[in-house]
Design a protein around this ligand. Structure first.
Ligand SMILES: [Zn+2]
Length: 67
């Protein structure tokens, strides 16, 4: 099992199948986490929504994910 770099912070690592490291994940709002945990056909779109906002330096607490 390999850990890859967390896209949300400079030195976090995330486990396989995870979107973010634990610290970043818990920094998201409850609503964002709930949306991201759903695995359906829109899951990839939501993940890209997350990564787009991380890339734009949106603070974790301000990231919104379409439910
Ligand atoms: Zn992180």
């Amino acid at each position: 099992m390999t850990h890859t770099r967390c896209p949300g912070c400079p030195d976090g690592t995330k486990g396989p199948g995870k979107y973010l490291c634990h610290g970043c994940w818990t920094g998201l709002t409850m609503a964002a986490r709930r949306a991201l945990k759903r695995r359906d056909r829109q899951a990839i779109d939501r993940l890209q929504e997350l990564y787009r906002q991380l890339g734009a330096n949106v603070p974790l607490t301000k990231i919104t994910i379409t439910p």
